[in-house]
Every structure is written in C-alpha cells, then in structure tokens.
Ligand binder design. Structure first.
Ligand SMILES: [Zn+2]
Length: 179
C-alpha cells in the first residue's frame, strides 16, 4: 500500500501527507494557527469583541436616534387643552390622563391663581384647575430667564402656557414652560 505523500515546500523532498515537520530539512509544516495557538486565540477574541462592539454600538446608536425621534414627535404633537379640563381629567382617571398627556407638550390655557419662586429661585405659576382653588391646579415651571415676564403677570389673568407635562404630583406639573 502506498502512503500518500506531498512535497516539502522548502526542500521539495517527498514527505508524508500529514507530516508536521519535514524529515529532510526540519521545516515546520504545521499550519499558521497550529504554530501560533495563543496568538490565534487572541486574534479570535479581538475579532469577537470587535463584532460585539459593532452590534452593541449600532444598537445603542439606534436607541439614541430613536429616542430623539420620539422627542421631536412629542414636541410637534402639541396638545391644546384648558387648565380646568386637564385638572378634571386627572381627577377622574389619572392613569387614563397620564396615558394621554404625560411627557407630552401641552398648550394649556387657564387663569393664573399663584405666581411664585421655587426653592431654586426659578419662577412658577399655577393655573386654576379645581374652580376656586389656588392650590389644586396646573403648576407651570419656568427658568429664571422668564422672571421679568412673569413679574408682569397678574392673578386672575388668563394666559396660555406651553410646557412638558410630567403628570400629577400634588399639582399637575408642566416643566420647561414658555409663553
Ligand atoms: Zn524539507
């Protein structure tokens, strides 16, 4: 029976097909990964990590663009509502009201019943929600740049405010308001 042979790539002598070393010239005939097991392992690992990074990276950037897309959608979907109606809906069913209005840009029209500064010196106003109450209403928070504009407001005045609704927390809270 004839053994299968091949030619040594270095010395061109006949050697066994599965020889790992040439018996004539001692050339190492193992494949590159066989000769460099540790290096191969590291390269595979680096390759894997790179692949994972690409996937995770793509994923998180998709999430980012997704959320900013939602944000712009919410900004453009301006919901117009009266302060009393908004308060009423929160009184009737907070879960339903939240699903309709929470984290959305609302344009709320109502009567100013309170004009104050919060603990951080930022102005806020309360629009009448429950008729006759100065407490149960829509709290609209502004940044300090609105100070002069708000100092010119008067209680009993009807105004329209646009703000991001954060839901019912004692008052219904509108953040980052403008008018
Ligand atoms: Zn050889």
């Amino acid at each position: 029976m004839e053994e299968q042979t091949k030619k040594c790539p270095k010395c061109k002598e006949e050697i066994k097909i599965d020889a790992k070393k040439c018996k004539h010239c001692n050339a190492d005939l193992r494949s590159w990964p066989e000769r460099h097991k540790v290096l191969t392992f590291i390269l595979c690992l680096v390759f894997l990590i790179t692949i994972i990074n690409i996937f995770v990276g793509t994923d998180s950037s998709q999430k980012k663009s997704g959320s900013s897309y939602n944000y712009t959608t919410q900004k453009t979907q301006l919901i117009k509502i009266d302060a009393e109606k908004l308060w009423e809906e929160y009184e009737d069913n907070e879960v339903l009201a939240d699903s309709k209005y929470k984290n959305k840009q609302l344009q709320v029209t109502g009567i100013v019943v309170r004009i104050e500064n919060d603990l951080f010196g930022n102005p806020y106003i309360v629009l009448e929600g429950y008729p006759g109450s100065t407490v149960m209403g829509i709290k609209c928070e502004f940044d300090s740049s609105y100070e002069s504009k708000i100092s010119n407001l008067e209680k009993g005045e009807e105004i329209t405010v646009i703000g991001l609704n954060r839901g019912d927390m004692i008052n219904i809270l509108l953040k980052d308001c403008q008018f």
